[in-house]
Design a protein around this ligand. Structure first.
Ligand code: DOR
Length: 440
């Protein structure tokens, strides 16, 4: 059903800067942008005063767990968590059971996405069953509209397999996204390898496990000419290598996850498995370097690595618990804080949470491979698909794990006051979140 919506009194965030304007949404697209527009008859008016209006957020890294892990999350519940977090599109990670390594599984997830509150595009696996050996049928998956491939949860360990996948991906104009951890260095570890891990008696996953794979894959990307995306980078040195690679013209993009720029390894001191994640939380200097990298535009995207887990697997001794933490409902406020709170540049914030991830996932208006999904992350303009978010940068709220839309409860931020609240989310011209509440 076509909806008529007016977003009134907000600060619109364009690619080029901000302006006080109203927006009218009709038939799924932005129909008008202007100062003090009159309210069309029958329009739903959304209050955007003291708020920023920009393109809906796009998450490159959401574990939606369906098929196979429905006790932790489903596509529907993950999509709801996304909408509450201001997202209009999510890339669903392929470490499901079975993995998204075949056309039937990918088609199933696409179908579940179509019935959810926002746009879901699955990432395909690079190798069959993410086992790191035989290539997945990337060409067939690309024909369904998939453009982003990863074995996330596990990096592709063998350089020869990664090189072959890159050559294949280059021919098909696909992006390979790597979980950078060399298991011969990280395997068996459960937190950052440091003086603290020694004191706690926990086996470590050293920074070099990530950095060695970053270095290897940058070399392989240069050698093959393939497009490489580096998932959830967690160390200063990884960022330095990305910066140098970009300067050499290598086709690489990088994301960081909010937990890596807000939480340090010190969180693990109480052996609380909520703080167990791969790659692990690092020391303070790495955390500061990541936040600085965001501000300096050295990182392309903030991606959540939203990793819901059921209590049966998460509420266990630290070394036995599954790694991962929730992210979709808290990412905006944490990013805002890292960008300087009151001093944050809204254009940069939307670049990190919407424009760049939409481009990396090929969900922008210019890309012909969206396969029926609406366009995301574009500049606000008349005629463009209405995927929009209205965010209030000054209102604070307290994270309550029992109030989350996600089915899982494993947020590391329970009880934390976060400044920055999602007010309204519009997906493909439909109002799905109104003043923080679902409309359906
Ligand atoms: O901590 C993690 N959890 N890291 C990953 O890469 C995968 C994720 C998961 O699927 O739970």
């Amino acid at each position: 059903m076509a909806e008529l919506i007016m977003i009134q009194g907000g600060t619109a965030v364009f690619d080029s800067g901000t302006r006080q304007v109203d927006l009218i949404i009709r038939d799924g697209v932005i129909a008008e942008i202007g100062e003090r527009l009159s309210v069309p008859a029958g329009a739903e008016v959304l209050n955007a005063e003291q708020a920023w209006v920009g393109p809906g957020f796009v998450d490159l890294h959401a574990h939606l767990r369906e098929p196979g892990g429905e006790a932790a999350e489903t596509v529907a519940s993950g999509a709801a968590a996304g909408v509450k977090g201001g997202y209009s599109a999510l890339v669903a990670m392929p470490n499901t059971v079975p993995a998204i390594d075949s056309v039937p599984v990918a088609a199933h997830v696409l179908d579940l996405g179509r019935r959810s509150m926002l746009d879901v595009v699955p990432a395909g696996a690079i190798t069959i069953d993410r086992a790191g050996e035989r290539s997945a049928p990337m060409g067939e998956l690309a024909a369904l509209g998939l453009t982003f491939f990863t074995d996330d949860g596990m990096g592709v360990q063998r350089a020869g397999v990664m090189r072959r996948a890159m050559l294949y991906a280059k021919g098909l104009r696909l992006t390979l996204a790597q979980h950078c951890e060399d298991e011969s260095l990280a395997g068996g570890g459960c937190m950052n390898a440091s003086a603290l891990s020694s004191r706690l008696g926990l086996a470590g996953r050293p920074a070099i496990a990530e950095e060695a794979m970053v270095a290897r894959d940058l070399l392989l990307a240069e050698h093959t000419g393939a497009s490489l995306h580096l998932l959830h980078l967690s160390t200063a040195r990884s960022l330095e290598m990305v910066k140098a690679a970009k300067a050499r013209g290598i086709a690489v993009t990088a994301e960081v996850a909010p937990h890596h720029f807000t939480l340090t390894e010190a969180c693990c001191e109480g052996y609380d498995p909520l703080f167990k994640v791969h790659p692990p939380l690092r020391g303070a200097s790495d955390v500061q370097a990541l936040a600085q990298g965001l501000r300096m535009r050295e990182i392309d995207a903030v991606a959540t690595d939203h990793a819901p887990h059921a209590p049966e697997t998460k509420d266990r001794p630290f070394d036995e618990a599954t790694p991962g933490m929730l992210g979709l409902e808290t990412a905006f406020g944490l990013t805002l804080e890292a960008l300087g709170g009151d001093d944050a540049d809204p254009v940069l914030l939307f670049e990190l949470l919407s424009r760049n991830p939409a481009r990396i996932a090929k969900l922008t208006a210019g890309d012909e491979r969206r396969h029926g999904l609406s366009a995301h992350g574009g500049d606000l303009s008349v005629g463009s698909d209405a995927n929009l978010v209205v965010v209030d940068p000054s209102t604070s709220w307290v994270v309550d794990r029992n109030q989350l839309a996600s089915l899982a409860r494993n947020t590391p931020y329970d009880g934390r006051t976060i400044r920055g609240r999602i007010r309204h989310t519009v997906v493909a011209g439909s109002l799905v979140l109104n003043d923080g509440e679902f409309t359906r």
